[in-house]
Design a protein around this ligand. Structure first.
Ligand SMILES: Nc1nc2c(ncn2[C@@H]2O[C@H](COP(=O)(O)OP(=O)(O)OP(=O)(O)O)[C@@H](O)[C@H]2O)c(=O)[nH]1
Ligand SMILES: [Mg+2]
Length: 231
């Protein structure tokens, strides 16, 4: 089998928001039956056509690292975060807290990327806008359980979540249990494909060639030293 270049995208969010359901739908084009809690991390792979339909089209492997959201694993899951080429932040549209917690998830990912030397001193101090500006790791925000959300069902548009606005990230609302949620040509499928293109672009086609994770803490610290303290 041909060897394809690959990128690693991590999928994070609170336990039960639907990360495994979403990951399965993306990779298998069908819903998963009765997902069980993810212990540690589960990796699914999909092939993606970068810049499909253009002369630059090329096939890549996308690894989706579906991270178990249980808070009891908070101290051990850092091993899964390095390297990270793209981040999918998942929240449950029927659970506002899960959306608010995405800021903590983002902070956790940059905080625990394999180094115990540098820490964000407080999640409240964490500024997603600054994070995005300094690391340029592409982010996609996904709101699940749109079928159960009154707000989504009764309005054709729902306001983007704060974190998506702060990160300048695209956001998708969907029902992970329906194949049609990511039907080819749908706006959600287009956003997802555009996100994967961005991740590949950043990883393989960026002129400066900087690894997103190797450089981000230094950049963040130089931007705002208050984020960091030494142990
Ligand atoms: N109605 C509805 N149910 C969903 C949707 N997405 C996920 N679920 C259900 O929500 C429950 C939790 O989904 P999971 O995919 O296991 O959640 P998770 O985020 O992987 O949870 P952890 O592995 O514990 O971190 C399951 O019963 C799913 O069937 C959705 O879009 N709509
Ligand atoms: Mg899971």
């Amino acid at each position: 089998m041909a060897a394809f270049d690959k990128v690693k995208v991590i999928v994070v969010g609170d336990s039960g928001v639907g990360k495994s359901s979403l990951t399965y739908l993306i990779c298998h084009h069908q819903p998963i039956n009765n997902p069980s809690w993810t212990v540690g991390c589960s990796v699914e792979v999909k092939l993606h056509e970068y810049k499909e339909g253009t002369p630059d089209q090329k096939t890549y492997f996308i690894e989706l690292w579906d991270i178990g959201g249980s808070s009891s694993h908070r101290n051990t899951r850092s091993v899964f975060y390095n390297p990270t080429h793209g981040i999918i932040l998942v929240h449950d549209l029927t659970n506002r807290k899960s959306q608010q917690n995405l800021q903590k998830w983002l902070a956790e990912v940059i905080n625990k990327d394999g180094s115990s030397k540098s820490r964000v001193s407080s999640f409240d101090d964490f500024d997603p806008e600054q994070f995005v500006g300094s690391t340029q790791i592409p982010i996609l925000v996904i709101g699940t359980k749109s079928d159960l959300s009154e707000e989504v069902r009764t309005h054709s548009h729902r306001r983007s979540s704060t974190i998506a606005e702060e990160c300048g990230a695209d956001e998708i609302f969907l029902d992970c249990r329906q194949v049609r949620s990511l039907a080819a040509g749908s706006s959600s499928a287009v956003k997802l494909s555009r996100f994967f293109d961005k991740v590949i672009e950043r990883r393989y086609h960026c002129r400066d060639g900087i690894s997103p994770f190797s450089d981000k803490r230094r950049t963040l610290a130089s931007l705002n030293p208050k984020f960091y303290h030494s142990d």
